[in-house]
Design a protein around this ligand. Structure first.
Ligand SMILES: *Cc1c(COP(=O)(O)O)cnc(C)c1O
Length: 227
């Protein structure tokens, strides 16, 4: 893709984010736009970086590791991990990512915890569907998982993350997420982040308090097919 197309999309999305924030009576400075670069080559991250993007996300451990290694010299990039973390790959994810959005079970808390190391920012991923096969904890289990993270030595709980269900109005789902975020804040008052909103639903997420948007295709264009 030409850089100017990328720049145009980025500018348009950022404009829509600003509009949605204004409509919601929120300060756009309280919203972090993360560009999801999964399946794209490291060169795309480099182009985004040249356009001022500093927060990027991946959803596969292998890809996170290889891209972040390839781009090691790039200043101030913050790698967010938004995919399922296998316990045995937890340390590798921890080494490569600045933020892990997808903590969904207690076993992963101990696998990610690395006493003596710098704290790692994490979020509790909440499953907003009835389908137990989708990623995330059930809403009622979120506070307990938050407690487990709070007890860890080297994980810093920042908030909650979720993906809107396919078969529900995203606004309704994000409203529920805002309620769960409140229950998590009752356990860890500093855990104020709400990571929600993708290409198709970020405006609804903003109106329900999202602080971190994970936007892929609306900025990057279609993803190269998954290998
Ligand atoms: C791919 C992905 C996104 C971005 O999706 P788009 O629809 O391309 O914006 C956001 N969150 C997660 C967890 C993803 O895996």
């Amino acid at each position: 893709m030409s850089s100017s197309a990328l720049e145009t999309r980025l500018t348009e999305v950022d404009g829509s984010i600003a509009d949605a924030a204004r409509s919601a009576g929120r300060d756009v400075a309280d919203i972090t736009r993360i560009v999801v670069t999964k399946f794209h080559p490291a060169s795309l991250v480099r182009e985004l970086h040249a356009l001022g993007v500093r927060d990027v996300a991946e959803n596969r451990q292998q890809e996170l590791q290889s891209k972040s290694a390839e781009l090691e010299g790039l200043d101030d990039v913050r790698w967010h991990f938004v995919g399922q973390v296998q316990s045995k790959k937890a340390r590798a994810v921890r080494r490569a990512a600045g933020v892990v959005h997808s903590v969904d079970r207690e076993k992963l808390v101990s696998a990610l915890d690395a006493p003596g190391e710098d704290p790692l920012d994490v979020l509790v991923q909440v499953n907003l569907t009835e389908d137990p096969n989708r990623g995330g904890v059930r809403d009622d289990d979120a506070p307990r998982l938050a407690e487990a993270i709070a007890r860890s030595e080297s994980l810093r709980l920042r908030g909650v993350m979720a993906v809107a269900p396919l078969d529900e109005d995203p606004g309704v789902a994000f409203e529920r997420l805002a309620g769960i975020a409140g229950r998590v804040r009752a356990v860890v008052p500093d855990a104020r982040w709400i990571s929600a909103g993708m290409s198709g639903d970020f405006a609804e997420a903003i109106s329900h308090g999202a602080t971190h948007l994970r936007i892929g295709t609306a900025i990057t264009g279609p993803r190269p097919s998954q290998v």
